[in-house]
Design a protein around this ligand. Sequence first.
Ligand SMILES: Cc1cc2nc3c(=O)[nH]c(=O)nc-3n(C[C@H](O)[C@H](O)[C@H](O)COP(=O)(O)OP(=O)(O)OC[C@H]3O[C@@H](n4cnc5c(N)ncnc54)[C@H](O)[C@@H]3O)c2cc1C
Length: 281
Amino acid sequence: MGLKELVLLRLAKRWISGVDLASAAADAKNANARGLGAIINFLGEEIEDPATADSHAGEYLRLQQALSDGGIRGAPSVKLTQLGLLISRADAARRLEGLLSNAERLNQWAWMDMESSQFTAQTLSVYTEALERHRNLGVALQAYLRRSESDLGGLLDKGAKVRLVKGAYREDHGLVFPSRSEVRASFTRLMGMLFERGDGFAIGTHDPVLIEGARKLAESKHANFEFEMLKGIRDDVKDELVSSGYRVSEYLPYGDQWYAYSKRRMTEHPSNIWLLLRSLV
Ligand SMILES: Cc1cc2nc3c(=O)[nH]c(=O)nc-3n(C[C@H](O)[C@H](O)[C@H](O)COP(=O)(O)OP(=O)(O)OC[C@H]3O[C@@H](n4cnc5c(N)ncnc54)[C@H](O)[C@@H]3O)c2cc1C
């Protein structure tokens, strides 16, 4: 790794655990020590050859074993295109099946991330098929997509476990709510459905208005849920929620594809760029 990459990696460590499995396991242990669960993603997506998809699946199997060996309270969160969805839906579903059987054997949970809208329908159909065999599986749903309210209704009918997030990809205007306030309103509607009918769901946001909304619903509905937040963002809120008695998990990405992920987090909130530049001097 060159000097420039080393410096960037040091900065990116605000959002990622590191490049290897050992750093993710160590970070997950730290999260547990702070009272947080760990949700771990091996970075990479839109894999275009079967050998790489196999090696990503193998990495998740090693991760699951490391969580078990280390007595770590945590779960992997996997993207279907890193298991080869672009090449073959059947093979991606088969690789997922391997991870889910392993999770069951180790008495662990697993999550599926949601990617850009071209993969939404396939991700949800692979998820619901897998859910028939494995109850220890949740899927992310994006509040910015107009289709999500109808998707959530169908998912709840099937007893799905959903992690609600705003959504992180650039999408065609017709598919998504155009303004931040409409995305927040959609999140609020979907969150209401989850508190009404969901079980074992997750509220994945750092938005103080939505967190407050979830706390209010939790007081009246007594649902089984947790808050989930990304590494490096709003640590103060995570700690406060834990001390108020809520379950909270931290999402910890790792792997050598750290640059694209960190860029996404940086551009989401450009003030981060100044923070990073300041930390350099
Ligand atoms: C656990 C988890 C899993 C996720 N999984 C997925 C997924 O599978 N698919 C998907 O499309 N998206 C996923 N996301 C990302 C999500 O869609 C949003 O892009 C991201 O959470 C930012 O939205 P927000 O709800 O925090 O609201 P925002 O309005 O973006 O942020 C609210 C406040 O949080 C703080 N904040 C948020 N982001 C940052 C940042 N980058 N840097 C500094 N401060 C920040 C700021 O104080 C900001 O005002 C996930 C998010 C979480 C928390």
